[in-house]
Design a protein around this ligand. Structure first.
Ligand code: AMP
Ligand code: GLY
Length: 423
């Protein structure tokens, strides 16, 4: 079969890497892809937001299956476009993807279906929002309703910080229309975990648990990023917690979306706060996580193309997932300055040496070719991912590999996976 993967980050490299192991896959295309992906797939320079270009390409190349990485094309309805043209694609429709694309929709949906989440209020008026924040006090969380490239959530430690966030979002409109409505919510404490499931809208197949590291510096300090590293499994998700996530979060979400006429097919991701053994939903995402996908897919034994086929054919109940018992740790190497502004085009050294290591895969996130060399081309550059008999060994292997890689300005967190060891 011919498969098209849409996206060009570390998550998409992991998806392509996994698909390349399937006996059923003859050829993989990736739009737009990156330098690492180009070793396994033919990269075609079509933007993830050019739906017309992508669907025409898929028609022309007789693509049998398309898998979408990022949220932007999903929330703009790429699945609807492909399905209308008779093409098979794994992912939620525009209506179903609203669970990520609108935080107001997600919160109201959770309230309606009794899914545990932080207490909240929705505001369209700046003055009312300010008044509410002053009444509630800090810490408090401000969220722009729409997609804001991961920057639309501010966990404010003080009332002043919260008000500044409200001003930026509602008055200055730094996120454009995404800030027309704002969710102000209670600040939850506990330990975060990511929980992803495959679903065809009826059956739910849970993936292994994982944990992301959102802040740029060690000990969860500094500003939020797209994610500086992840590991799987996450010990905070004990079997009891997992049961609660499935019963109190995933089942009501999938059933509720179906009841709302927004049947959900694809990967549903719940970002959770686990507090005293109880899961609370911080957000839903309508896709694979990045970087969680890197440790997850390195642990998955089951053929990803077969899962995708079963989802699109509505027969996920016939599948079982098999996981490697090993743990997996992914450490992200980022460009100097990230998540702020950074330079691109820095040559990356050491990638060939790391290829010789067993149990280590380097997923490329922001890389490109320049004059025959692999150079940096994004904020998150690489996701060095290793398997080990436990988190400790996987961590040691990932950091050993990272020590062999070099580019100007490279920085990474030294504490990925440490929380798992402290438990
Ligand atoms: P979100 O995009 O909603 O997941 O928010 C990004 C990050 O902000 C989360 O991963 C949490 O670290 C933090 N966050 C979001 N909502 C809350 C909340 N209600 N309480 C505490 N932290 C939160
Ligand atoms: N790792 C966070 C996300 O994918 O949204």
């Amino acid at each position: 079969m011919k498969v098209l993967v849409i996206g060009g980050g570390g998550r998409e490299h992991a998806i392509v890497w996994k698909l390349a192991q399937s006996k059923k896959v003859e050829k993989i295309y990736c739009c737009p892809g990156n330098a690492g992906i180009s070793e396994l797939a033919e990269c075609v320079d079509i933007s993830v937001n050019d739906h017309e270009g992508l669907v025409n390409f898929a028609k022309y190349e007789w693509i049998d299956m398309t898998i979408v990485g990022p949220e932007a094309p999903l929330s703009k309805g790429i699945v609807d476009v492909f399905e209308k043209r008779g093409l098979r694609i794994m992912g939620p429709t525009k209506a179903a993807a609203e669970i990520e694309a609108s935080k107001v929709f997600a919160k109201e949906f959770m309230k309606k279906y009794n899914i545990p989440t932080a207490e909240y209020r929705v505001f369209t008026s700046y003055l009312h929002a300010e008044e509410y924040v002053r009444m509630k006090g800090a810490p408090i969380v401000i969220k722009a309703d729409g997609l804001a490239a991961g920057k639309g959530v501010i966990v404010a430690k003080t009332v002043d910080e919260a008000i500044e966030a409200l001003k930026k979002i509602m008055k200055e409109r730094v996120f454009g229309d995404a800030g027309e409505r704002v969710v102000v919510e209670e600040c939850l404490t506990g330990e975060e975990a990511s929980y992803l499931v495959f679903t065809d809208g009826d059956t739910i197949l849970p993936m292994a648990s994982s944990q992301d590291h959102k802040r740029v510096f060690d000990n969860d300090e500094g500003p939020n990023t797209g994610g500086m590293g992840a590991y799987s499994p996450a010990p905070v998700v004990t079997p009891e917690v997992e049961e609660k996530i499935i019963e109190k979060v995933m089942k009501p979400a999938i059933r509720g979306l179906k009841r709302e006429g927004r049947k959900y097919r694809g990967v549903l991701y719940a970002g959770l706060m686990i507090k005293e053994g109880e899961p609370y939903v911080l957000e839903f995402n309508c896709r694979f996580g990045d970087p969680e996908t890197q440790p997850l897919l390195t642990r998955l034994n089951t053929d990803l193309l077969e899962i995708a086929m079963a989802i699109t054919e509505g027969r996920l109940s016939t599948m079982m997932l098999e996981w490697k018992p090993e743990a997996s740790v992914c450490v992200v190497a980022a460009s100097g300055g990230y998540p702020g502004s950074y330079e691109k085009g820095k040559p990356i050294k050491g990638l060939d040496r790391v290829k010789e290591l067993e149990d280590v895969v380097v997923f490329h996130a922001g890389t490109a070719f320049k004059d025959g060399q692999i150079v940096t081309s994004g904020g998150r550059v690489l996701g060095v991912t290793a398997l080990g008999k436990d988190i400790r060994q996987a961590r040691d292997r990932a950091y050993q590999a990272l020590g062999m890689i070099e580019f100007e300005g490279m920085h990474y967190r030294k504490d990925i996976g440490l929380k798992a060891l402290k438990r």
